[in-house]
Design a protein around this ligand. Structure first.
Ligand code: 26V
Length: 815
């Protein structure tokens, strides 16, 4: 046997032995009696052992070299499953597959049993997960910090077409990837009062907090590609500090005895399930402070242990704030430096600003966090003092620069005085950071012009742009192994290591008909898999040769699922009007969750399901149009849907989607995009080429101009478009809701009176762009050429590129 084969065989034997060992001694099962889930656990634990060796080596190297560390603070990490990620990044996937086959276990079956770690709402959380993987791949010494929610994002059930939220209990069977670290824990204070003791220089402040909650660390190793390096995701769990009140318990007060415990542990109980509407809840602020304080205490301890010098903080630590959710870090770092370590205020401010950086992910006013000063004073009295002091110095420094413009001073203040006093977390994060970045070129430009225009004028160097990216390991190699194999065959093995550089070489091959054919074939197989998934989940049979037109993302008015549904109805009506025409067969696929309190979004889900029921049962269409709403969209479902998509819907109202990241995932897998000039679509267009994308509608400037004229009545567009008129008429009159004909009158009327999201305004342009999609689809040569060009043009959107930019331009950690 050649040596290579021998080695491979030895690795298989080793993997098998490790799995059997774990099954016996960790899971406590005999192979004869093991359930599939027991096998999953044994495989995960065995895989984790491989990770640990690299992890420890990595940790030792980091300490020895004294390299600068990056700390990514995020309330969300939308990781999904880890088994395939870890096996694949460690180069063990084939070894594991064969080893398990030898034990009569199908790896593709057991990997489905892993629950998704859904510790995030959507794009912002998934970006954090892609970044963790890229940082490990690039060898950036990074730590992710967040909360170990007991319940991740809710599970979505669709009952009679309506969304119902169910709790997600991802930890029911334990979590084989994490290490509990009871010895790594910190006390987090809440409430109480502050006393000031005059000293020689500045007075010392002591915070006598009233309530202490313990944060306990749980570590998950995150492996980079080829096991290059393994970083740590450290998530905090809240535990009560005090003991059970036994005397109360014995006296029969069973609930009262555990009240304190329940209050403390509520902090890490559940992820906030809203992705934009104001949380406004005390618990949310407790979550934010809890994880920020634990993370800062932890990193300060590490820094002092390793470097022993607080002055070195900006040279040795970069802290990235993922949105304003961790913005209280500005005040907490000041508190730790000034109150705990007696660093003079102005020096502490230099260190804080030098260490912190902030990423903004949305311009939506309702998502910009503010906290009532009263609540803050009660919960974090010392932080509130610090914030007032930062604000006073900030305003003074402006007056010193002879800036007295009242409007400007009001806009840049940390305190909003209009509706009761509130602390503006965006302004706090901006002032306390040396870098403030947007997540696409357009979004960054709009940050400069809108939310942060005044602060930008004062600090013109601070705002910079870092266009988002996605990890190709998960979104191409793992999600689409067939396409990956084809690309490797075409571009060489090196593609696996440098896809961001090499994908572009595919352009030269776009005219090769054999390649186009094979590209189409692998898509067909992916579509067949999706067809069987749809059949299993909702019992609907699809035509795999139809055009799969996909929109999957959180349900939000600005993302305009409604526009997509109006087009669906328009197509339906056109098909019914001309039943004998040879239409392009199409399947509209939608999925996504609505925030539980977002009524309008939930109504859109119901509308999608109502339209689906009507259309899917209409025999006159001869199956040429089907509508699918797949319940419970999550990372794992995305991995199955995206490779099967022909058309990617990225149709947000221009100016409102900060970046989008599914747009990149679809294009990477060869789908064509229909979309607006919004977020990263703009940059995709530059790289993919406008002849391979279908761009339509108003641009951000036009949207802004129309809105400035006052409420935009949809009526104008409706009376100019008989097609739109007919669509709205049908929906309004109950064609899709015969059981409750008035269900959508409010929805339609609101479009007529105030089309804030430009659904009517963009409808005709969208219809036209969809007609061009069909024309392209009818010409397979052109379609598959465009598909190849999409894949080829997406290399730049690798999160490796994004992380390199953060590393060089914000953190100062890579050459
Ligand atoms: C805001 C809030 C506000 C209060 C309650 C809970 C909560 C949770 C999340 C958020 C942040 C929403 C911002 C967000 O998710 N932005 C998305 O970030 C993606 C990554 O940068 C980007 O691709 C999307 O365009 C952007 O919408």
């Amino acid at each position: 046997m050649p040596q290579e084969h021998q080695e491979h065989a030895a690795r298989i034997a080793e993997f098998r032995d490790k799995v059997l060992y774990k099954l016996t001694y960790s899971v406590g099962k005999d192979p004869e009696h093991a359930f599939t889930h027991d096998w999953f656990e044994a495989v995960a634990l065995a895989t984790r052992d491989y990770l640990v060796d690299d992890w420890m080596g990595n940790t030792r190297r980091m300490y020895a070299s004294g390299t600068k560390r990056v700390y990514y603070l995020s309330l969300e990490f939308l990781i999904g499953r880890l088994l395939l990620d870890n096996l694949s990044n460690l180069g063990l996937l084939e070894v594991a597959r064969e080893a398990l086959a030898g034990l009569d276990v199908d790896i593709d079956q057991i990997r489905q049993l892993e629950p998704d770690a859904a510790l995030g709402n959507g794009g912002l959380g998934r970006l954090a997960a892609c970044f963790m993987e890229s940082m490990a791949t690039l060898g950036v010494a990074a730590h992710g910090y967040g909360i170990r929610y007991e319940h991740g994002l809710f599970r979505q059930a669709i009952v009679d077409g309506w969304q119902q939220e169910q709790t997600e209990s991802w930890l029911d069977f334990g979590n084989p990837w994490e290490f509990e670290r009871p010895e790594v824990s910190y006390l987090i204070g809440f409430g109480g009062s502050v006393s000031a003791i005059p000293g020689e220089g500045e007075p010392r402040h002591f915070w006598h907090w009233a309530e202490g909650v313990r944060a306990v660390a749980y570590d998950t190793p995150i492996a980079g590609w080829r096991g290059n390096s393994v970083n740590t995701l450290r998530l905090w769990r809240a535990r009560a500090e005090g003991e059970l009140h036994l005397e109360r318990f014995n006296a029969g007060d069973h609930v009262g005895a555990v009240e304190e415990e329940a209050r403390a542990e509520a902090i890490s109980r559940v992820l906030y399930p809203a992705d934009s509407t104001e949380a406004g809840q005390e618990l949310r602020l407790r979550q934010e402070y809890f994880f920020v304080s634990a993370s800062l205490q932890d990193l300060m301890r590490r820094h002092l242990k390793q470097h022993g010098d607080l002055d070195l903080l900006p040279q040795k630590a970069a802290i990235q704030l993922n949105d304003t959710h961790p913005a209280i870090a500005v005040a907490e770092l000041m508190r730790i430096l000034v109150d705990v370590h007696a660093v003079p205020w102005s020096r502490a401010w230099q260190l804080t600003v030098g260490t912190l950086a902030y990423t903004n992910h949305t311009l939506l006013p309702e998502a910009l966090e503010t906290w009532s000063a009263g609540l803050m004073e009660r919960m974090l009295p010392r932080h509130m003092q610090i914030i007032y002091l930062i604000n006073a110095e900030h305003i003074d420094s402006l007056r010193a620069r002879d800036i007295h413009d009242f409007e400007l001073l009001r806009a840049v203040s940390l305190i909003e005085e209009d509706q009761g006093r509130r602390v503006r977390m965006g302004n706090l994060a901006f002032l306390g950071s040396h870098s403030v970045n947007g997540v696409s070129a357009l979004h960054t430009e709009l940050m400069r012009k809108t939310v942060f225009s005044h602060l930008h004028a004062l600090y013109p160097q601070r705002i910079n742009s870092k266009t988002n990216g996605i990890t190709f390991r998960r979104w191409l190699f793992q999600a689409n192994p067939r396409l990956t194999a084809l690309l490797v065959e075409q571009l060489g093995e090196e593609l696996l290591d440098r896809p961001d550089e090499l994908l572009v070489n595919l352009r030269a091959d776009a005219d090769k008909s054999a390649l186009r054919k094979r590209f189409a074939e692998q898509r067909q197989l992916a579509k067949l898999s999706l067809c069987s998934l749809v059949q299993d989940r909702i019992g609907l049979q699809l035509d795999p040769s139809a055009l799969f037109d996909v929109q999957v993302k959180r349900i939000h008015e600005y993302k305009r699922q409604l526009l997509n549904l109006l087009h669906t109805v328009a197509l339906y009506q056109a098909m019914r009007d001309e039943p004998t025409t040879a239409w392009v067969p199409r399947v509209k696929i939608l999925a996504g969750k609505a925030a539980a309190s977002y009524q309008q979004a939930k109504l859109v889900i119901k509308l999608a399901n109502d339209i689906a029921r009507t259309i899917n049962h209409d025999p006159t269409l001869r199956g040429q149009l089907k509508v699918v709403f797949l319940p419970n969209y999550n990372v794992s479902l995305a991995e199955q849907i995206i490779p099967a998509a022909d058309l990617s819907e990225q149709i947000s109202t221009a100016g409102m989607e900060a970046s989008g990241t599914s747009n990149m995932k679809f294009a990477l897998n060869g789908a064509l995009t229909i979309g607006t000039l919004d977020g990263a679509n703009v940059e995709m267009l530059e790289r993919i080429g406008d002849e391979h994308m279908f761009i339509f509608g108003l641009n951000a400037r036009q949207v802004e101009m129309r809105r400035q004229e006052g409420p935009v009545a949809g009526e104008v567009a409706i009376s100019a478009s008989p097609r739109l008129h007919e669509v709205l008429q049908a929906i309004r009159s109950g064609v899709f809701s015969p059981d409750d004909p008035a269900r959508y009158t409010g929805l339609v009327d609101s479009l007529i009176w105030n089309d804030h999201f430009m659904v009517c305004a963009d409808f005709d342009a969208y219809w036209q762009a969809q007609a061009e999609v069909e024309e392209r689809w009818r010409d397979p040569r052109q379609w598959w050429r465009s598909a190849l060009m999409n894949c080829a043009g997406t290399g730049w959107f690798s999160s490796d590129r994004t992380i390199r930019e953060y590393a060089r331009e914000i953190w100062g950690v890579l050459e």
